[in-house]
Ligand binder design. Structure first.
Ligand code: FES
Ligand SMILES: [Fe+2]
Length: 424
């Protein structure tokens, strides 16, 4: 080790540029009204969630023709039915019966050739057409063609399903994803993963949960025993400064450092048994073909530094896709109210190829649970702190640039009369 000042990121282990300045963001304090103001929340509902493309899930969730799932987008009061129709096309609809408005599909997911509303039995195809009306003769000139499920604009990007709740989206999905869509095109997301889902509801604004995963500055304080040994270096990167940080139009990413000198502690018997130590070992995995392909993509670990542990990438407004030496995971941050959030983490784990790999993946999943529980510890306390009115602003450092960028983008969307203007 050298005798540098503790905590300063060296060229050896990280970037020396300012991510905030590179992104063209200012460096002053940031107002906190977006976390507490009812008026701001109302504008977010209408102007952000009502106009942005929103990720509903992955094509794998619709494995067969006639598979469907329902996603409640409470912030827009929408119940969204996503189907793979009889022609193998993925479509989204309002899950609302044309007869008298009952929610047609009451279950979260399934497979059915016919979607039958259980109030009076109107029946729809998975392509939305109304095909069955009991006692149709007793209606007045009923035109079944006009009474299909109300479609929602749907788009696919690299196997991710997006919807837009504008009746005619002003901005295409391609424009919306912009440089992010291009940079991450071709990422091998793979298939047939085992999915570990962790979800919870919190009495906190949705952005507070999102912010908890937007920086590594908290690693030393929040994760001293779980992540800090692998994600920081006692002398050369004590505060886990990122290796890189980039913005892609509305979206952003940063790359987390992994301590190449991390050694599994002798008392961590399961970890010793399970893990071949990799950069950022705690979230590392056996080097299998799938993970190697993922790591080879130019946008994943963009610096290609060997002391990399993970990338956090944020798709505006509320969806993260994160990559690590062990695979990838996603976060969804859904507002339920100004101060209430539904958070869903989906960890995609490659299928085990050996007993040792199985043990390693179980360890990976268990460690994840520990880490994310630490991450969300503070969110309700922060909400209370912000609600107190004691502070009007927050102070962000360079490693927190993703929060600053998200706030700036959000403010732009909230202030713009149209989505097209917000994109300018
Ligand atoms: S409300 Fe659906 S059949 Fe009547
Ligand atoms: Fe964390």
């Amino acid at each position: 080790m050298n005798d540098m000042v503790i905590g300063v990121t060296t060229p050896k282990y990280g970037a020396t540029e300012s991510f905030t300045r590179k992104a063209g963001l200012d460096t002053g304090p940031v107002p906190i009204d977006s976390y507490v103001s009812p008026e701001f929340f109302e504008l977010e509902r209408q102007r952000v969630f009502g106009r942005a493309w929103l990720c509903m899930g992955r094509v794998d969730q619709l494995p067969e023709i006639h598979s469907y799932f329902v996603k409640e987008v409470a912030v827009c009061k929408a119940s969204v039915l996503v189907t793979r129709n009889q022609n193998d096309k993925i479509q989204a609809f309002h899950n609302v019966c044309a007869h008298r408005g009952n929610l047609v599909v009451p279950t979260a997911c399934g497979k059915s050739q016919r979607l039958r509303c259980d109030y009076h039995g109107w029946t729809y195809q998975s392509s939305g057409e109304l095909i069955g009306v009991p006692d149709q003769q007793n209606f007045f000139d009923l035109d079944k063609k006009q009474c299909g499920l109300t479609p929602i604009a749907t788009g696919l990007w690299e196997g991710w399903i997006f919807i837009n709740l504008q009746s005619k989206p002003e901005v295409s999905l391609e424009e919306f994803l912009g440089p992010y869509g291009k940079a991450f095109a071709g990422v091998p997301f793979g298939k047939d993963h085992e999915i570990l889902i962790i979800e919870a509801k919190f009495n906190a604004n949705w952005k507070l949960i999102m912010d908890a995963f937007a920086e590594a500055y908290h690693v030393q304080a929040i994760h001293p025993n779980t992540l800090a040994p692998g994600f920081s270096h006692p002398q050369d990167n004590k505060y886990a400064r990122p290796l890189s940080g980039d913005t892609f139009g509305l979206h952003s990413s940063w790359s987390a450092f992994g301590n190449p000198e991390y050694v599994t502690p002798p008392q961590s018997h399961v970890e010793r048994l399970a893990c071949k130590v990799d950069t950022g070992g705690l979230l590392g995995s056996d080097v299998n073909e799938e993970v190697l392909k993922l790591r080879a993509h130019p946008a994943v670990n963009p610096t290609k530094a060997p002391w990399w542990s993970a990338d956090v990438t944020s798709i505006f407004p509320n969806f993260n896709i994160d990559f690590s030496t062990g695979g990838y995971w996603t976060h969804e941050f859904w507002p339920l109210a100004r101060d209430r959030t539904h958070w869903i983490l989906r960890i995609c784990i490659p299928k085990a190829s050996s007993v040792r790999h199985r043990l390693q993946l179980e360890h990976y999943a268990a460690r994840w649970c520990e880490v994310v529980l630490e991450d969300v510890t503070n969110c309700e306390r922060i909400q209370r702190g912000l609600e107190s009115g004691a502070r009007k602003e927050m102070i962000l450092q360079d490693g927190e640039f993703m929060i600053r960028h998200h706030q700036a983008t959000l403010r732009k969307w909230v202030g713009a009369e149209s989505a097209a203007d917000a994109m300018k």
